[in-house]
Design a protein around this ligand. Structure first.
Ligand code: NAD
Length: 421
């Protein structure tokens, strides 16, 4: 984890070789603009008070207010938050949203809390960071182990602090509180539109279309469902408790039915006999055409990348592949559709939600899907073409594409050539 930010920055250095960029731009992008670290004191149901470390980082706001999710996870750290905020900065630039990048986290295992403890923790987070967030300053959203219910509590807390309804402060809210249609599956759907748009270029049309999904949460369930409906065969799945496989195909709806009752993918396998249990690394090495990491960062590393057979890797998780593993996959000829492009559907529909909140005018699901599809296809094609014209990886091309936009915005604010040239 210590190397997470260093690994992320190494991708920036690589991209900078392919873009005419002022050194001042790189200096600006190498450090977060603002990070606040606090401890949240929360009353437990038994009357005691416990404290939880919490952070919010606004990495860069050159292109607009910062935007990024809040994660509740026992292994979260300040460095992880800054790295995720760095990725958000590039992601918003890659799909041309008028945002900078931010992120937040609480070091907590939310599964160990009761619902009322979770609500008090969520409200305490907003209380602590109320001066940092805001509809024109920094706009949070859900991430790992946070959801629309938590976003609803947070929007409510912020509105009571500023003494007026302020739905645009946070996205991923329940529909009843100004959420957007289509936000629930937006991350997966954006990746799905990208994959479908590039299907021919990726040589997937006539192939067997077998898929492995690591992590069966919001992003993982919806991508499995969308690909299953499109005729792809889901041959392996995992969650934090374990991994399962069936070369004949797994029905994602049936797995989700078990998960929604509190079960795991392992419970699905034992209850139905429709899949066998495999090891975590064996899952990644299953024969398939498309691998979808949809869990956490650093899951594909130098020790397991060599076993991967997939030709296409659709990164729905943020940072699932380490730089060393990237090199191994590149040498094998695998094409990685990188996180800052492939999972940008989530922040794109969050942007739609923010626009709708500010307009007070709400769009149909069809409008949301059409607008998301158009963005994923236009920006996906640009990155694909940049990759081909420069002979670089999709990841480097995506960073270069984002860097060009960031660089133009930073230069427009004034860099050295502006003052002395
Ligand atoms: P989630 O909390 O809904 O699901 C996470 C899933 O990963 C759970 O099923 C959990 O059991 C599983 N998991 C955890 N550790 C695992 C491990 N070691 N091996 C296999 N599975 C494991 O979270 P999510 O919103 O689906 O986010 C997943 C990834 O997608 C994260 O990297 C997140 O940053 C990224 N992402 C999410 C969104 C979004 O809108 N939800 C947007 C962009 C990126």
């Amino acid at each position: 984890m210590e190397d997470l930010l260093a690994g992320a920055l190494s991708r920036l250095d690589e991209a900078a070789k392919h873009v005419d960029v002022d050194p001042e731009v790189l200096e600006k992008l190498k450090y977060p603009k603002e990070t606040l670290s606090v401890r949240l004191m929360v009353r437990m149901d038994d009357g005691s008070r416990r404290s939880f470390p919490a952070w919010r980082c606004r990495y860069d706001d050159t292109r607009g207010p910062t935007k990024g999710g809040i994660r509740f996870h026992p292994a979260s750290t300040m460095e992880e938050v800054a790295t995720l905020a760095f990725w958000m900065t590039f992601k918003c630039a890659v799909v041309n949203l008028p945002y900078g990048g931010g992120k937040g986290a609480v070091m907590v295992d939310p599964h160990s809390l009761s619902k009322s403890e979770l609500e008090r923790l969520s409200r305490a987070y907003v209380h602590a960071f109320a001066g940092m967030i805001g509809p024109d300053r920094d706009i949070p959203a859900p991430d790992v182990y946070t959801n629309s219910m938590i976003m609803g509590w947070m929007a409510d807390e912020y509105s009571s602090i500023v003494r007026q309804p302020s739905p645009a402060v946070i996205t991923g809210k329940p529909l009843a509180l100004g959420g957007s249609l289509g936000r629930d599956d937006a991350t997966a759907r954006g990746g799905f539109y990208l994959l479908k748009h590039l299907e021919q270029d990726l040589d997937l049309i006539s192939s067997a279309k077998r898929v492995v999904v690591q992590g069966f949460g919001n992003a993982g369930y919806h991508i499995a469902r969308l690909l299953h409906e499109e005729g792809y065969r889901i041959v392996g799945l995992s969650d934090s408790r374990g991994a399962i496989a069936n070369p004949g195909g797994i029905d994602p709806y049936a797995v989700q039915a078990v998960k929604s009752e509190g079960g795991s993918v392992l419970d699905y396998a034992s209850r139905t006999g429709q899949a066998r249990v495999v090891g975590e690394d064996d899952l990644l090495a299953l024969d398939c055409e498309v691998l979808v990491p949809a869990a956490l960062e650093d899951q594909i590393h130098k020790d397991n990348a060599g076993g991967i057979t997939a030709r296409v890797i659709l990164e729905l998780a943020n940072g699932p592949i380490t730089p060393e593993a990237d090199r191994i996959l590149d040498a094998k000829g695998a094409i990685v559709l990188p996180d800052i492009l492939a999972n940008a559907g989530g922040v794109t529909v969050s942007y739609f939600e923010w626009v709708q909140n500010r307009q007070g005018y709400y769009w149909t699901l069809e409008e949301i899907h059409d607008r998301l599809k158009a963005i994923m296809e236009v920006e996906g094609r640009r990155v694909w073409d940049l990759r081909a014209s420069k002979g670089i990886s999709m990841r480097t091309a995506a960073y270069a594409h984002g860097l060009e936009r960031l660089s133009a915005a930073i230069a427009a604010h004034g860099t050295q050539p502006f003052f002395v040239g």
